[in-house]
Write a protein that binds this ligand. Structure first.
Ligand code: ADP
Ligand code: MG
Ligand code: MG
Ligand code: MG
Length: 400
C-alpha cells in the first residue's frame, strides 16, 4: 500500500485478497463499512460464496467532536494492534485474533466477530449473561498481572511502558473524565433539567479532592498495560462467550481503571433500567443481576489475580507477608473511584451511553441520570474508605 490515506471499499478488498492463504483465488468479495466513522473506519469483508469473512479496522487522523476536528495520532492503530496481540496471547478465547497489519496505513486485519452482539445493546434489551463476570474477571486479571512488575523483569517492563505511550488518547480521558465534568466547559453536554446536578459537580470541594487524586493516579501510575476503554460497547458477547475489542486507549496506567470501567457500565445500565423495564418486580430482578454481576466481576478478578500472584510472581518481594492484601486493597479502592468518575462523565460530559440517552420517556430518563450521578458521586467520595466490594452493594442499595 502507498502512504497513509483513508481506504475505500475497493482498496479494502484488494488488501483483504493479499492476506496469504485466507480467501480463495478469484473469490467474489463483498465489502461494507460498519464503523460509526468518528475515529476509525471498520470494513467487513466477506466471500459471498463460502461466507468466510474478516474485519479491517483503520484509524482516522482526527476525531469529529462538537463540530470540530480533534487531531489524533495514527500511532494509536499500532498501539491498539500490539495491545490486541498481547491480550490475545494472554487470553486467546477472549480477544479476536490479528491476522495482519500495516502500521503506515494504520490498519489492523482481524477475526470477524459478527456472530456476537455488542454487550451494551444486549443489556439495554434486558439480556443477562451468566458467564460474563467469570470471563471479564479473568481477562482483566491476566492482562493486568502479566504486564505488571509483579510478573515482568523491570527493564523489559519499562521498554513495554515506552511502546505504549499514548498521549493523544490519554488526553481525551484526562479531559473528558477527570476535568470537564467538574467545571464549565464547551465539551460538557447535558439537558437543562439537570443543571442543578451539573452545578453541584462544579462546586463540591470534597468531590474535587477525590477526583484530583484519581486523576493523579491516571497520569502517573504505570502499573500495568490497561485496555483503557473497557466499556460495554468494547465487549462482544453471546450466552457462551465474551470477546474484548477496541483497545486503542491502551497505555500503562492504574489497574483499577479497567475494572472500574466495567463496573461503571453495568451500573449505568442498572440506572437506565428505570426507563426500560416497566414492571417493578421485573426491573428489580434485573437490577439485582446487574449489581450482583458488578460484585462478581471484582470477586472473579481478585480470586484470579491472587492465584496468578501465588503461582507466577517474579518480583523479589512479592511474597512479603501482607503485600498482596495491601496491593489488592489499593486496586479495589481505585476501581471504585474510577467507576464513579466514569459514571459521572457519561451523564454530564461529552460522550454519553445509549443505556440512558435513548430512554424514550423524558421523566424516566431524568430519574436515571440523577440516579447515575448519585451513585457515581457516592463511589468517588467513599472510595478511600472502602475495604470490601460489599461497599458497592450498600452504596447502590441506599441510593437507588
Ligand atoms: P471504534 O474505536 O471506532 O469505536 P470499534 O473497534 O469499537 O471502533 O468498532 C466499531 C464497530 O465496528 C463495533 O461496534 C462493531 O460493530 C464493529 N466491529 C469492530 N471490530 C469488529 C470485529 N472484530 N468483528 C465484527 N465487528 C467488529
Ligand atoms: Mg465507535
Ligand atoms: Mg469502540
Ligand atoms: Mg475505540
Amino acid at each position: 500500500m502507498s502512504a497513509y490515506h483513508p481506504l475505500t471499499n475497493e482498496e479494502s478488498i484488494v488488501l483483504a485478497r493479499a492476506i496469504p492463504g485466507f480467501f480463495r483465488e478469484g473469490a467474489e468479495l463483498d465489502c461494507r463499512e460498519i464503523g460509526d466513522g468518528n475515529l476509525n473506519l471498520v470494513f467487513h469483508i466477506r466471500d459471498t460464496e463460502s461466507g468466510k469473512s474478516i474485519i479491517i479496522k483503520q484509524a482516522l487522523p482526527y476525531a469529529k467532536v462538537v463540530g470540530e476536528s480533534w487531531p489524533l495520532s495514527l500511532d494509536r492503530a499500532r498501539i491498539e494492534r500490539e495491545a490486541l496481540q498481547i491480550q490475545h496471547h494472554l487470553c486467546s478465547n477472549l480477544v479476536p485474533e490479528v491476522y495482519s497489519y500495516d502500521d503506515e496505513m494504520a490498519v489492523t486485519v482481524m477475526e470477524d466477530l459478527s456472530d456476537f452482539t455488542i454487550m451494551r445493546h444486549a443489556l439495554i434489551e434486558g439480556k443477562t449473561f451468566p458467564h460474563f463476570a467469570d470471563h471479564i474477571g479473568a481477562f482483566i486479571a491476566r492482562t493486568l498481572f502479566f504486564t505488571s512488575d509483579l510478573a515482568m523483569d523491570p527493564r523489559a517492563k519499562k521498554e513495554q511502558v515506552q511502546r505504549f505511550i499514548n498521549p493523544d488518547l490519554c488526553k481525551i480521558t484526562e479531559d473528558l473524565i477527570f476535568d470537564d465534568p467538574y467545571k464549565l466547559s464547551d465539551n460538557n453536554n447535558y439537558p437543562a433539567v439537570i443543571e442543578d446536578e451539573a452545578e453541584a459537580l462544579r462546586t463540591d470541594a470534597a468531590l474535587h479532592l477525590e477526583v484530583a487524586l484519581l486523576r493523579e493516579k491516571f497520569l502517573t501510575r504505570t502499573e500495568a498495560l490497561l485496555h483503557g476503554d473497557l466499556h460495554t460497547g468494547s465487549i462482544f458477547i453471546t450466552e457462551e462467550s465474551t470477546k474484548v475489542i477496541d483497545p486503542e486507549f491502551a497505555y500503562y496506567g492504574p489497574m483499577g481503571f479497567d475494572i472500574g470501567a466495567v463496573i461503571a457500565n453495568l451500573l449505568l445500565n442498572l440506572a437506565g433500567q428505570i426507563g426500560w423495564k416497566a414492571d417493578e418486580a421485573d426491573r428489580r430482578r434485573h437490577q439485582n443481576w446487574l449489581l450482583q454481576t458488578s460484585l462478581d466481576v471484582w470477586s472473579k478478578f481478585e480470586a484470579e489475580f491472587r492465584k496468578l500472584w501465588d503461582e507466577h510472581a517474579v518480583d523479589p518481594l512479592a511474597h512479603a507477608p501482607g503485600y498482596q492484601d495491601l496491593y489488592i486493597q489499593k486496586v479495589l479502592q481505585d476501581a471504585v473511584g474510577f467507576a464513579g468518575a466514569k459514571m459521572i462523565r457519561r451523564i454530564v460530559g461529552l460522550s454519553h451511553v445509549a443505556d440512558i440517552d435513548t430512554i424514550p420517556d423524558e421523566t424516566q430518563r431524568e430519574r436515571a441520570q440523577r440516579l447515575a450521578l448519585s451513585v457515581g458521586k457516592a463511589l468517588i467520595l467513599n472510595c478511600r474508605k472502602i475495604s470490601s466490594i460489599a461497599a458497592i452493594d450498600d452504596i447502590v442499595r441506599t441510593t437507588a
